[in-house]
Ligand binder design. Structure first.
Ligand SMILES: [Zn+2]
Length: 204
């Protein structure tokens, strides 16, 4: 399983704490990006949009995901599932040191996410504490004047990457274990029961 961490950076002039309007796990924030098929390499023509509160049930089993999409070229189905609790706002310190800040983790089956697009619905604050809400970054830039700090504020040179994260559950294994244990026990019991009934049927 390969997970992808969306990380962002940019030049923050007199600004800090850039993140989605409702925080990094904003249930309504929309992430836009393209998908590259893991089988044929076809790149989706338009951006896919996912948000935490928008889920679809998986065709098999009880779980849900945030997107099921069929590759237009080879017909393979892929899914994108968002994993919350991994993001951090982009601070001025991080951006000045040339580093990226993680926003959201994506568990992508059958696809690789590429070409993240900065849209609307961001939040950022000035170093003096003025909050700027519903910031539109779709033009790639944001410029305002901070009355409190009496200085111009600006976001520019926005960059985003999807970093491969091969051990997605390593960091929060402790947190996830109880959940997976229950799932596993239930599954094992179910398998035993269905296996038992199959064997009974096969007996003459
Ligand atoms: Zn394909």
């Amino acid at each position: 399983m390969v997970n992808f961490m969306l990380t962002i950076s940019g030049d923050l002039e007199n600004l800090t704490n850039l993140e989605p309007q409702g925080g990094v796990d904003d249930p309504n924030f929309s992430y836009f990006f393209k998908l590259k098929c893991g089988r044929c390499g076809e790149l989706s023509q338009k951006e896919t949009c996912v948000s935490l509160n928008d889920t679809v049930p998986l065709p098999v089993g009880k779980g849900s995901t945030h997107l099921i999409q069929k590759c237009k070229f080879c017909g393979r189905d892929g899914t994108v599932t968002m994993i919350q609790g991994k993001g951090k706002p982009l601070t001025q310190e991080t951006s000045q040191s040339g580093k990226f800040s993680p926003m959201m983790l994506f568990d992508c089956r059958g696809y690789e996410p590429v070409d993240f697009v900065f849209g609307t619905g961001w939040k950022v604050e000035s170093l003096e504490g003025t909050k700027f809400e519903n910031v539109d970054l779709s033009s790639g830039e944001f410029a305002e004047y901070d009355e409190k700090g009496e200085c111009p504020v600006m976001i520019s040179n926005l960059r985003a990457t999807f970093d491969v994260s091969r051990h997605p559950h390593h960091h929060n294994r402790e947190k996830l274990r109880p959940f997976f244990k229950i799932q596993y026990d239930t599954m094992t019991k179910w398998q035993e029961r269905s296996r038992g009934s199959t064997q009974q049927q096969q007996q003459p």
